[in-house]
Design a protein around this ligand. Structure first.
Ligand code: HXC
Length: 258
């Protein structure tokens, strides 16, 4: 049984909870290992939506476990440690929509985890920051790459160089989060969004995500070609036919994911 996380998959919605509230959900080696195992399960189960959240009142995640920090003598050793951080890329590559439900401290590696998700919904008490330069390093789990792509180079540089913490409304204004809700309403809101997504055609949602992610890496013309190919495939699906039938029959469509 995992000790530092919880994974619940119900009604095709997966909730992965970081669960070390006494350490503000800091990313210890054990926690990262357990997240990796949980992600393998999510990849197998293929839920419709994946939610990442943190237990306890004070933090989504306060970043890497500083108590486990130790300098290494060579970059070969450092490289071995960096590979153990593949949970970040693994979350980004999940085929279903992913939502980070963030509250309280969302710092360093915790913010980098949230940045791997497709959407971020924040509680009013959320506080965001990259403290790494004050810790003798800099964000190394995608922060220097994903933050500028999301909020622009200059805002990301400001956050990373100064380490200043943003509150939820600053984060919303910058586009770091999609929406801010009262702290009590956070999980209700995230579950509502997850239900809205899972009421839609599964393949439509999945291929839209694929088109967006693949399209980001190529020039527009090639992106449009990726979209066209995936979109033509949609026309052959049962759910596409079902949606038109339901419209004509004035009822809600029943999607099967085929
Ligand atoms: C280990 C941590 C921790 C962390 C908090 N704790 N953050 N333990 N690693 N990152 C532990 C504290 O030691 C303490 O445990 C308990 O959680 C409560 O924290 P306090 O510090 O007592 O709370 P408070 O005074 O309210 O301050 C909250 C805080 C502060 C401002 C968030 O804890 C803090 O600055 N934490 C470090 C945040 C940080 O710098 N994160 C970036 C890490 S670098 P005890 O047992 O003492 O009561 C990083 C790089 C990413 O993330 C690399 C990729 C993985």
């Amino acid at each position: 049984m995992p000790e530092c996380i919880e994974l619940n998959i119900e009604n095709e919605i997966a909730e992965l909870w970081l669960n070390r509230p006494n350490a503000l959900n800091a990313l210890s080696a054990q926690l990262v290992g357990e997240v990796n195992d949980a992600l393998a399960e999510v990849e197998r189960a293929r839920p419709r939506v994946f939610i990442l959240a943190g237990r306890g009142e004070r933090a989504f995640c306060a970043g890497a476990d500083i108590k486990e920090f130790k300098p290494v003598a060579t970059t070969v050793e450092a490289r071995a440690r960096h590979y153990s951080r593949n949970i970040f890329d693994r979350i980004e590559k999940l085929p279903m929509p992913t939502i980070a439900a963030v509250h309280g401290y969302t710092l360093g590696g915790g913010l980098e985890l949230a940045l791997c998700c497709d959407m971020r919904i924040a509680a009013e008490n959320a506080r965001f920051g990259f403290p790494e330069t004050g810790l003798g390093t800099f964000p190394g789990a995608g922060g220097t790459q994903r933050a500028p792509r999301l909020i622009g180079r200059s805002q990301a540089m400001w956050m990373i160089f100064t380490g200043e913490r943003l509150n939820a409304s600053d984060a919303l204004r910058m586009g770091l989060v999609n929406k801010v809700v009262s702290t009590d309403a956070l999980m209700g809101e995230v579950c509502k969004i997850a239900s809205m997504i899972s009421a839609n055609a599964p393949l439509g949602v999945q291929y839209a995500k694929e088109a967006i992610l693949r399209g980001e890496k190529v020039p527009l013309e090639e992106g449009i070609r990726i979209e066209t190919d995936l979109n033509m495939f949609m026309d052959t699906t049962d759910d596409y036919a079902e949606a038109a039938r339901a419209f004509i029959e004035k009822r809600k469509p029943v999607f099967t994911g085929r």
